[in-house]
Ligand binder design. Structure first.
Ligand SMILES: *Cc1c(COP(=O)(O)O)cnc(C)c1O
Length: 404
């Protein structure tokens, strides 16, 4: 291999499950990234809502390097100080009494689903195993989580899926009334669908799910892997909806770029995850926990969270101004710094083209399905970078329009 790997090496050496862009970023600072050729990009993608504090934030670098010089890994044969501090911090800041730590969102959801089934099994019996989730939802790529997720393309072709999983329509309580019964052990829902197209829940929908779960003795699981840790302007989105789940999952921004996940639950439910029922070699790893603790403590402050709300308004104003001039979007929506711009009918299915043009113009964006451009910038993106990125995005929009 030559000294500098190239994009062609991806096709040579990597399993072809991804189709990455041609550019290879090599260095990042705050909301800017530079590729192998030294070209600068404004980052509105944030590693898919992971880099909550941008790249190489000094607070996270300090937490990581300090811990790196102390202790990396022990396994769960021993506990460790960073994991205990992280768990305590999450409990103090949320509805939760107990925390399970792991390394990704999919693992956090896998734990949540297994806990719900085990809890129902122990308290009510084998029959209570049905899980209700929603079309277009996304909960991860393990086999259980793709089965619960509402995008069949991710679960088909791998043999028989786990039994007892049904899907209702998001924001449609009647569809849930038809599916839920006393054999339901859990309802799993994202307070705002991320991968499904940046679709916020209607508050009455989440309140209604809470009531239906209570009526049928089922557990309400909020998947806050994408919406959590400041992304929507509160530490977790549930705090804005005024609806408290029984289980909440967190990952992505939780580690700000270091792989970590957490499942939060209550004293009523947690005992079902007794010694030996579940586990992970890396769960609660000291390095991951130290970084996550620093991220949570830095983000869960009025300065950062108010800043997210301010930046949400700025993002929206910029996108609306772009749309006013070019009429490419049908709707601009979202919460906090998880913002979606749905393409107008004339540009149906062209979010990906816009994302590619934006990259050429020097701004990294995301899509959420074929029709929604998604932005998930750093929660602390400087206004200067926001303006610069929006200017570049407008250049991309101009080119998309000219192409028609
Ligand atoms: C990204 C995501 C996941 C999966 O997280 P991984 O860390 O990729 O396993 C699960 N749920 C939601 C809502 C997500 O956005």
């Amino acid at each position: 291999m030559s000294e500098h790997p190239t994009r062609a090496d991806f096709d040579h050496y990597m399993v072809p499950n991804y189709a990455p862009q041609q550019v290879i970023p090599v260095h990042g600072e705050g909301s800017r990234l530079w590729d192998q050729q030294g070209r600068e990009y404004i980052d509105f993608a944030g590693g898919i809502a992971v880099n909550g504090l941008g790249h190489c934030h000094p607070v996270l670098v300090e937490a990581l390097t300090t811990q790196a010089n102390k202790l990396w890994h022990l396994s769960n044969v021993y506990t460790n100080e960073p994991a205990l501090k992280l768990a305590r911090s999450l409990v103090e800041r949320t509805f939760a009494d107990k925390v399970y730590l792991c390394s990704s969102g999919g693992e956090a959801n896998e734990a949540a689903l297994k806990l719900a089934r085990r809890w129902a099994h122990d308290h009510h019996g084998e029959h209570k195993h049905r899980i209700v989730s929603f079309s277009q939802s996304f909960h991860g790529r393990t086999f259980f989580t793709v089965s619960v997720g509402g995008q069949p393309k991710y679960s088909q072709g791998f043999g028989p899926v786990p039994e007892g999983i049904v899907h209702g329509q998001y924001n449609n309580l009647d569809s849930v009334r038809e599916l839920i019964d006393d054999d339901t052990c859990a309802v799993m829902v994202e307070p705002m669908q991320g991968e499904g197209g940046i679709i916020p829940a209607v508050p009455e929908f989440l309140q209604g799910l809470r009531e239906l779960c209570d009526e049928h003795n089922a557990l309400l699981i909020f998947d806050e892997v994408q919406t959590g840790v400041g992304r929507t302007g509160s530490l977790y989105a549930y705090q804005q909806f005024g609806v408290t789940p029984d289980i909440l999952t967190s990952a992505k921004s939780l580690g700000g770029g270091f792989p970590v996940g957490a499942m939060l639950t209550t004293d009523r439910v947690a005992p079902a995850m007794a010694v030996g029922t579940h586990g992970s070699t890396y769960g609660g790893n000291p390095l991951a926990s130290a970084v996550a603790l620093a991220a949570v403590e830095y983000i869960d402050t009025p300065e950062v969270l108010d800043g997210v709300k301010l930046r949400h308004d700025q993002c929206r104003e910029h996108l609306e101004a772009i749309n006013h001039r070019h009429s490419v979007f049908r709707e601009i929506r979202g919460m906090g710094l998880l913002v979606g711009a749905e393409m107008a009918p004339d540009y149906e299915g062209r979010a990906k083209d816009l994302m590619a043009l934006a990259l050429e113009e020097g701004v990294m964006t995301l899509i959420a399905g074929p029709n929604v451009l998604r932005l998930a910038p750093s929660l602390v993106i400087p206004e200067e970078d926001l303006i610069k990125g929006m200017r570049r995005l407008e250049h991309a929009v101009t080119r998309l329009v000219a192409d028609e």
